[in-house]
Design a protein around this ligand. Structure first.
Ligand code: ITT
Length: 206
């Protein structure tokens, strides 16, 4: 069976990527199963740079095709912050709760009309030296005044999707995985994998 490594240590992300990509007879390995135990320094300036850094680090060591995702939240009232620093917004090793608390603190007193934000995801597949497929996804919404919902991870309890009037964490996972930034990026990446001529992986063709 064809194998692809998911270059992430974020369990929420990994579960979503598995569900969105659904590549049939392809086995999606996590980093431990692929024998990759190092820390990857994400020092890129953009989501795409960081996604490439992660995929390249793993591909170089493991030699199997790799998908990676770099993602985060960009808040208008904060000039696009935390952006690529979303995971370490409240400091190195910050928990989701600490990051969410800091975001609420910084937006204290900011009215709903000025709380616009976007979730952004850059997704890449590295399948050979210098061989890449790339895709990006974005979803717009705004930051809630207080957390709501138990699903998802990260900033989901604070991110309201206007079309649902609910936070991402209040949506069932199948709905999030149909509309999210990650759904858009990996949906497109999956399409590119199947379209690539000559095919990246012939078995991806349906
Ligand atoms: P890997 O690098 O190992 O994949 P990570 O969690 O560090 O895991 P990122 O560097 O891409 O991943 O950081 C993403 C940050 O943005 C992190 O704080 C997430 O909680 C948040 N984030 C990304 N996608 C999200 C989503 O769908 N819902 C809520 N928060 C999200």
């Amino acid at each position: 069976m064809k194998r692809i490594v998911i270059a992430s240590r974020n369990r929420g992300k990994i579960a979503e990527i598995r569900e969105i990509l659904s590549l049939g007879d392809v086995e999606l390995l996590d980093l431990d199963s692929a024998g990759f135990h190092e820390r990857i320094e994400e020092n890129g300036r953009t989501f795409m740079e960081n996604a490439v850094i992660k995929a390249r680090a793993v591909f170089t060591r493991v030699g199997l095709p790799v998908v990676a995702d770099d993602s985060g939240i960009a808040v208008e009232a904060l000039g696009g912050r935390p952006g690529v620093k979303s995971a370490r917004f409240a400091g190195p090793g910050a928990t989701d709760e600490e990051n969410n608390a800091l975001l609420l603190e910084l937006l204290k007193g900011v009215p709903e009309s000025a709380r616009g934000a976007s979730f952004i995801c850059s997704a890449v597949l590295c399948f050979g030296r210098g061989e890449w497929l790339r895709a990006e996804g974005r979803v717009d919404g705004f930051v809630a005044g207080a957390p709501a919902g138990e699903n998802g991870f990260g900033y989901d309890p604070l991110f309201i999707l206007p079309s649902f009037g609910k936070t991402m964490a209040e949506l069932p996972p199948a709905v999030k995985n149909a509309v999210s930034h990650r759904a858009k990026a990996f949906g497109e990446l999956g399409r590119l994998m199947r379209l690539e001529e000559p095919p990246v992986f012939p078995r991806f063709r349906r």
